[in-house]
Design a protein around this ligand. Structure first.
Ligand code: FE2
Ligand code: FE2
Length: 307
């Protein structure tokens, strides 16, 4: 079964896909980033633009790894709901990789070597796939999916982020991705639990993943700033640093949710985003919404997710 909504050409009826049934509908997008895309599309600031672009550069390889680590355990899943959720997760992540590749190509045209970062990450994952046990690989996905979920939640909750977007297409891409990261935030965790994952392994892996995450993102960010000839633009970089790390900055505000992961009884659903996602599905997918014209399989995507 594909992840797209399936229509019967004879009866005209539309059958929901597994992901749609589970409230994790893969939505087919086709964003277009033209040569006119604003160079500093986030806050008119090179530091912040290259920060988000670094994350985007790492998504295609990263999300492929996430999907593979979950698929490694697909055979042990017997419950239909979790099977459907995994299908939705796989479909959503595949679409994220595709759209971020388009975004990264635009960044490359702006002189940012995103493909180099992506390639290097693929080497890192090659090593991880070879030397780390499969369940620990899945624990790494659980840890990094926690990052994407809390980061995405902040993007959706805090209007300041939305106001920082200076390019409409970029806004659509990041908000769509943020929505779906929260729609599927429990999937890797629940599969990990089913695979016999335990507390010690989960938090140990989170600690290691955090060190690697900040090393990879930090060095990638510096390289993109260098390529942009903005590495020594002290004034703009200071502004960007404050936005990310200052009092009330992006990362300090994530710290509570981040450390929540270290609670023995933690579950991603402890962070209630039901109403927030409902609000954003309406905002983006309903008539007149920013994604209403863009979505290629709109049939059940919004309704099923809201159900
Ligand atoms: Fe994603
Ligand atoms: Fe994800």
């Amino acid at each position: 079964m594909t992840n797209a909504t399936l229509a019967n050409p004879h009866t005209g009826t539309v059958r929901m896909t597994a992901g749609e049934r589970a409230g994790i509908p893969p939505r087919r997008m086709d964003f277009e980033f033209s040569d006119e895309t604003t160079r500093y599309w986030y806050g008119d600031n090179a530091f912040l633009t290259t920060f988000w672009t670094t994350l985007s550069a790492l998504f295609p390889e990263g999300e492929t790894f996430f999907v593979d680590t979950v698929k490694n355990y697909r055979h042990i899943i017997t419950e239909q709901t979790l099977k459907d959720q995994v299908s939705g997760f796989v479909g959503q992540e595949a679409m994220h990789s595709k759209e971020h590749e388009a975004f990264n190509n635009m960044a490359t045209k702006h002189g940012l070597p995103t493909e180099k970062l992506d390639k290097e990450l693929s080497w890192l994952f090659k090593v991880i796939r070879k030397v780390i046990p499969k369940r620990m690989q899945l624990a790494a996905t659980v840890a990094l999916e926690h990052y994407t979920a809390i980061l995405a939640e902040q993007l959706l909750r805090d209007e300041r982020h939305q106001e920082m977007f200076k390019d409409k297409e970029a806004l659509k891409l990041w908000m769509w991705h943020a929505l779906e990261e929260n729609e599927h935030k429990i999937v890797a965790y629940d599969v990990y639990k089913l695979a016999g994952g335990n507390y010690a392994e989960r938090v140990f892996t989170m600690f290691i993943a955090t060190v690697i995450f900040f090393s990879v993102v930090g060095t990638g960010h510096i390289r993109l700033l260098w390529a942009d000839k903005s590495l020594f633009n002290w004034k703009e970089n200071w502004k960007g640093l404050k936005f990310l790390w200052g009092f009330n900055g992006l990362f300090p505000r994530l710290s509570g949710q981040y450390f929540d992961f270290y609670r023995p009884s933690f579950h991603p659903n402890d962070h209630d985003t039901v109403a927030l996602l409902e609000e954003w599905r309406h905002k983006m997918l309903d008539e007149g919404g920013i994604l209403a014209d863009q979505i290629k399989n709109p049939s059940h995507a919004a309704k099923s997710a809201a159900a």
